[in-house]
Design a protein around this ligand. Sequence first.
Ligand SMILES: Nc1ncnc2c1ncn2[C@@H]1O[C@H](COP(=O)(O)OP(=O)(O)O)[C@@H](O)[C@H]1O
Ligand SMILES: [Mg+2]
Length: 363
Amino acid sequence: MRGKSVSLDSVSMRFGDFTAVQPTTLTIQAGEFFSILGPSGCGKTTLLRMISGFMSPTGGTIRIGDADVTALGPNRRPTALIFQNLALFPLMPVWENVAFGLEVRGVSRRDRREKAEELLALVALDGQGDKLPTALSGGQRQRVAIARALAVEPAVLLLDEPLSALDLKLRQHMRTELKEIQRKTGVTFLYITHDQGEALTMSDRVAVMRSGVVEQVGRGDDIYDNPATSFVASFVGESNRLTGTVDSISGGFATVSTRFGTLTARSGPGLAAGDKTIVFIRPERTRLQDTPDGAGLALRGTFLRRDLEGPFINLFFDCQGTPFSAHITNDSRHAAETGTDHWLRIAPEDALALPAGALARDE
Ligand SMILES: Nc1ncnc2c1ncn2[C@@H]1O[C@H](COP(=O)(O)OP(=O)(O)O)[C@@H](O)[C@H]1O
Ligand SMILES: [Mg+2]
């Protein structure tokens, strides 16, 4: 099997007066594991439906490999789609479920069986072909659905939140499995999710979407360390936030006036002197100290409480009405007592100033 690229050129979708997907231009490379990450209702499924051919865009052009597929129906595209609801046939043995698409194409029973066994081995279900789907676990059924989708040898596999019905442990396990299947087959995976952990762990690249707009495309590290907008910074990972006004920008750093004093922060894209800004500081980059010493701005915070996560601990502070948190690894005992004051230092390289804009809602 071999993947193909997917190119969107100003692809958009309107429903009456409402634009679910704004004109989007984007290329997914052949053989890439590409995720579209965004909150519910931002247009992910609509985008996927347009790529699969189940919905015609109201504007733009879609190419798969070298072919313009914009006017082609789903059966004439080299794509296969996997939903959250797997729709396996309950009374059909697993191998027949896998080979179902081949029967429609007139492949002989013997060849179907052989192909099904090959695919079952690929998804680590060797020898399970004669069972009924009901005899399998949720994660195994998910892999049967993937084998079935791969049976027709698609160049692009489209996955719409396929893990959301599984419990947490299984979801995490399936991330590794999916990534492995993708690597072995070389098929282009276009994976849709509202779960940042899924997107960051599996993907070669991620597109972050909000209200029908792709706000940023990049590798996971890029998205996390260099978010391009306030929305991306607040949607992906946790962050502390200080609002302020940009005094000046020089050498990639912005000087920002805040109610706590002047702060130096890395300057994000599109920021200019005089702009309103939100400065983002990751909790794991917040430096907890006994003194205010060091470069950057030190805030005085009153310790509120701690949450033990196991490998790390979240410490929560109140800085004159502004909440601030710090993550520390659980390799030492932090003995802060509620109500005691501490210094939280924000080093310039650990803070990112972005144009003030919409934030992700806490859900
Ligand atoms: N067939 C449709 N008719 C009208 N509105 C739709 C239709 N399909 C989706 N929408 C709207 O488009 C927006 C994006 O939906 P969707 O693509 O399903 O989002 P997501 O998959 O990111 O949750 C939502 O506001 C949804 O209500
Ligand atoms: Mg959806």
